[in-house]
Ligand binder design. Structure first.
Ligand SMILES: Nc1nc2c(ncn2[C@@H]2O[C@H](COP(=O)(O)OP(=O)(O)OP(=O)(O)O)[C@@H](O)[C@H]2O)c(=O)[nH]1
Ligand SMILES: [Mg+2]
Length: 426
């Protein structure tokens, strides 16, 4: 139920110096009073004892800080109290129990952020960004989440919408007047503005796709013939002896997976069984799994030729492994000497960057960026401004798609603009 008072331990469980508990809701200040005896008020920061129960005032369960934030100036927009107590597995739990005894209930997952959203403290994108920031595996992912938290992407889309609306309004106006009254270079200007809008839309979409990779990580698969040196390369990239290496072909059977930060991209690096025809049932299963992984991969690092058909070229990085022994024409890498490792990392990062900028796959339907994708595909058809009616129609449609998504009402909005921009003096 909304409107009741919730409490939870905000810090990660386990051993630690300090733990933070958060309480939010109309009774939060009462909870503070009952748990620690402080007279809670806006802005209060007080070192105080915490009690299990209001009737047990002689034996505190801990001493710590009480911080009070009065609605609406708090994370959730409600009255919020924080208790900073000692960490570990017992004390935070006891302070939480004390909050329950004082009238709070345990918060559900994400309930503080949900309340912040419901109280207009955060947009949906920002609420998502909070989780992204917590889950970030690289500092690049954290930076992207911070952008989302600042609402920068939403503002970017709104700006695109405003430009599109202005252009649409101009074209609507042009439709209403005599052709030779049109300003000189009207069509040229319209085409230029449209292409700027389209490139802004593409940039916004690239940003979202990068966000998806940063959130979920990119699958990078090391593939090649047995003994090609995949496991050795895995170890070299990780900087540790993770996978077993031997000169026997067919050493790796199960795929081995590790997280790796490649120039800020979170990468799920996978070492696979060498690809070859084999009678050994276990190895054959390993080969089958390798092929499935290659099919799913964002990037396939191909050590000396996988011989696999149908692997998309734009996701394959062909390298020459063991270049301390034999060199090839292209990216030479040696797990033994370390040559080419930096270049390989750079090449993987470049490929991920390219994919973020170019993939055509539309973003998740629930995000407002799905509308960007749709609006862009409508605008791609608007290639001939001379056919003003069709051109105007396409602009209007893409405007409606984008506008519906960001909660603007196209027609009213448009009319207002048409009048404010063109009626003066005419
Ligand atoms: N000189 C040299 N030898 C290497 C290099 N990388 C791997 N080797 C050797 O090549 C052999 C095979 O290496 P692995 O890393 O096990 O090869 P793999 O591709 O994982 O092999 P499978 O798991 O059997 O498919 C081992 O004897 C390694 O020591 C390298 O860069 N230089
Ligand atoms: Mg191996």
């Amino acid at each position: 139920m909304r409107g009741d008072t919730i409490a939870a331990i905000a810090t990660a469980p386990g051993r630690g110096g300090v733990a933070v508990l958060r309480v939010s809701g109309p009774e939060a200040f009462d909870v503070a009073r009952r748990v620690s005896g402080v007279s809670a008020r806006s802005g209060l920061i007080r070192y105080a004892p915490f009690y299990a129960d209001a009737s047990e005032r002689n034996r505190p369960i801990d001493h710590g800080l009480v911080l009070c934030f009065q609605a609406p100036r708090s994370y959730t927009g409600e009255d919020v109290v924080e208790f900073h107590c000692h960490g570990g597995s017992v004390t935070p739990r006891r302070v939480l129990e004390a909050c329950f005894a004082a009238g709070a209930r345990l918060a559900r997952r994400g309930e503080f952020t949900e309340r912040a959203f419901l109280n207009g403290k955060l947009s949906l994108e920002q609420a998502g960004a909070v989780i992204d920031l917590i889950d970030a595996k690289t500092s690049r992912a954290a930076d992207a989440a911070l952008e989302g938290l600042a609402g920068r992407r939403e503002r970017a889309v709104r700006k695109i919408y405003d430009r599109l609306l202005a252009l649409s309004a101009e074209v609507e106006h042009a439709l209403d007047i005599d052709e030779n009254e049109l300003p000189e270079k009207f069509f040229l200007g319209a085409v230029e503005e449209l292409s700027a809008i389209k490139s802004d839309l593409r940039a916004a979409l690239a940003d979202v796709r990068a966000g998806k990779i940063l959130r979920e990580g990119a699958l990078v698969v090391l593939a090649g013939a047995p003994n090609a040196g995949k496991s050795s390369l895995m170890n070299a990239l990780l900087g540790e002896n993770r996978a077993i290496v031997s000169d026997r072909a067919g050493t790796t059977r199960d795929s081995i997976e590790e997280w790796l930060d490649i120039d800020g991209w979170p990468v799920r690096l996978v070492d696979t069984a060498g690809l070859r025809a084999t009678d050994d049932a276990i190895e054959a299963e390993g080969v089958k799994r390798s092929e499935e992984l290659v099919a799913k991969a964002a990037v396939v690092v191909d050590l000396g030729g996988t011989g696999m058909e149908g692997v998309a070229r734009d996701k394959t990085l062909r390298i020459w492994p063991k270049c301390d022994l034999v060199r090839g024409n292209g990216l030479n890498v040696s797990a033994k000497t370390g040559e080419g490792l930096i270049e390989l990392r750079r090449a993987i990062a470049d490929m991920l960057e390219r994919q973020a900028a170019s993939a055509d796959e539309p973003p998740a339907p629930e995000s407002c960026f799905a509308a960007c994708h749709e609006a862009l595909s409508v605008l791609e058809q608007a290639d001939n401004p001379a056919d003003l009616a069709v051109f105007g129609n396409l602009l209007r449609r893409s405007c409606e798609i984008l506008g519906a998504e960001i909660g603007a009402f196209y027609t009213d909005d448009l009319l207002e603009r048409v009048f404010s921009r063109f009626c003066v003096g005419k």
